[in-house]
Design a protein around this ligand. Structure first.
Ligand code: DQQ
Length: 514
């Protein structure tokens, strides 16, 4: 049955679409609020993206599970909302269906999610009403929800929510739930089950030891949201092998008293019970602008990850524009030679490129692209030599006195420092324009040449360098006038540089409640 949109629903989509900051090839909600990606999976060729969605408006309230599918990771087709909060007082999720995952339970696609009631979360389950439906449109919540009614009583916990679920070779289900131990630090609690309904508590897989704010970098914070435990993905370059002993990564989002800080990963070994870290890294250097990432193995065996690109606008501006939140482009996680996780856009993203403009190479001065647009992909190979005064700047010149500047500086043996200066990127009052910094270790470079890529989509900006990612939101007044300028200083040289315009993939005729 198709429900026709009401006049106000259509007006709300129109309002979002009239905003020049609305991305056109990054996934956004039809209008309203979007946060975490959920239930990521690929089945019979279709990638499913569920997401934290409030169709009522641009605020985090009574969260539903929005749903879209894609066969190419670029174009998404809206499907009916998969999970709707229960009517008040009629279920454990009457204040929202929070984040979760989808697994295949003996042929039955099964959602494990956090049911929110009165700002406390429990674990709940829903199954596909028709497992043979390729679109997985209809979901049935388990009448016996919740399946885990609260955190283990023997611990004093901060928060308790979000799930990573897998089955071991013997057929036992395992799940992690994100939490934190008061006075100690973030944690992920492990549970096991044979039927997905009755779960035994197995203890924390790892406990952070950083309660005090800001004493370490990165700080693993007081609560771990959205834990995602994975086997290390394939090598970035198949001819390389890792010398490190890491077999697993425990990814999570660092949270403290309502502050969504950043997404991190412990690298290490998981023995089925506990996780022993050998390293800690950022998954993205843009802080909260790439939060709550979730990953899945696609049918080609790639470890794909999508993150929530949170707005940098203030709440009043989000409400005024009627929408907020977009997803990062899908990214592929790989293992780098030093044993850490690499992050790059999936190769499909390049299929959106049109009208290549090659920039002058070999020069040590500067040049600006003739290409202008609100949807750009720019790729460079720069050579910083070993001269510590070498610098490359890449400006997104938006016109109207607004510029976003990326500065790449040789940092000697340590590699390269990449700084994103957003202080002049917008005239919009109240926008967060804080500087962002990314360190690219020398080991991630090929010789002294650094590959750099900037993907710009109206207000979404993703920077990739040496298999590292840095996400940001920027709000130029006239994004369509943006051109790319590159300057090389000191001993730096531009080896190659190209700018493309990017096709839109945003579906037309979207409705709030498909
Ligand atoms: N957002 C969800 C939670 C998760 C947080 C609620 C992370 O389940 O912990 O929308 O952004």
């Amino acid at each position: 049955m198709t429900i026709l949109p009401t006049e106000s629903e259509a007006a709300s989509v129109e309002l979002a679409e009239s905003d020049h900051a609305l991305p056109q090839f990054h996934f956004t909600p039809p209008s309203g609020w979007l946060n975490d990606p959920n239930g990521l999976c690929q089945r019979n060729g279709s990638h499913h993206l569920f997401y934290q969605y409030n169709p009522e408006g641009a605020s985090h309230h009574r969260i539903h599970w929005g749903h879209a599918v894609s066969t190419d990771l670029l174009h998404w087709r809206d499907l009916p909302i998969a999970l709707v909060p229960a009517d008040p007082g009629t279920g454990p999720d009457d204040d929202g269906c929070w984040s979760g995952v989808i697994v295949d339970d003996a042929g039955i696609p099964t959602i494990v999610y956090s049911a929110n009631h009165d700002n406390r979360q429990t674990a709940a389950v829903a199954v596909a009403a028709n497992p043979a439906d390729p679109d997985l449109v209809e979901w049935r919540k388990d009448p016996d929800n919740p399946v885990i009614a609260g955190p283990p009583p023997e611990f004093a916990t901060t928060q308790f929510r979000d799930h990573s679920v897998w089955r071991d070779p013997a057929g036992t289900w395992h799940q992690l739930m994100g939490s934190g131990l008061v006075g100690r630090g973030g944690t992920a609690f492990a549970y096991s089950s044979t039927d997905m309904r009755t779960w035994a508590f197995d203890g924390p897989v790892l406990v952070g030891d950083q309660w005090d704010r800001g004493e370490t970098d990165p700080w693993t914070a007081t609560t771990w949201e959205c834990p995602d435990l994975i086997e290390m993905p394939r090598m970035a370059d198949p001819s390389e092998s890792s010398h490190e002993a890491a077999t697993h990564a425990l990814m999570f989002s660092a949270w403290d008293e309502g502050r969504t800080i950043e997404s991190l990963a412990f690298i290490g070994r998981f023995d089925g019970r506990s996780f022993t870290p050998t390293g800690l890294q950022r998954l993205d250097w843009g802080g909260r602008h790439a939060y709550a990432p979730q990953s899945y193995l696609d049918e080609r065996g790639r470890r794909i990850q999508i993150a929530w690109m949170q707005e940098a606008r203030d709440d009043a501006s989000m409400r005024e524009h009627g929408w907020c939140g977009c997803m990062s482009v899908p990214r592929e996680l790989t293992t780098l030679p030093d044993g850490s996780l690499g992050v790059d856009p999936v190769e499909e993203v390049s299929e959106l490129r049109r009208n290549e403009e090659e920039l002058l190479v070999g020069f040590t001065g500067g040049t600006a692209s003739a290409t202008t647009g609100a949807q750009l992909d720019a790729e460079f190979v720069v050579d910083l030599g070993h001269d510590l005064t070498s610098t490359v700047t890449i400006d997104l010149e938006h016109g109207q006195g607004e510029t976003t500047r990326l500065t790449v500086t040789a940092a000697g043996e340590d590699g390269v420092e990449v700084v994103l200066d957003r202080s002049a990127s917008t005239h919009e009052q109240g926008a967060d324009t804080a500087e962002l910094t990314m360190a690219v270790p020398a080991k991630a470079l090929f010789g002294t040449a650094l590959g750099l890529r900037l993907i710009f989509d109206h207000s979404a900006l993703e920077v990739f360098a040496g298999h590292r990612a840095m996400s940001a939101r920027i709000y130029p007044s006239a994004p369509q006038d943006t051109r790319v300028r590159v300057d090389a200083h000191g001993g730096a040289r531009l080896r190659s540089g190209s700018v493309w315009t990017m096709e839109s993939t945003r579906a037309s005729g979207r409705v709030l409640r498909p």
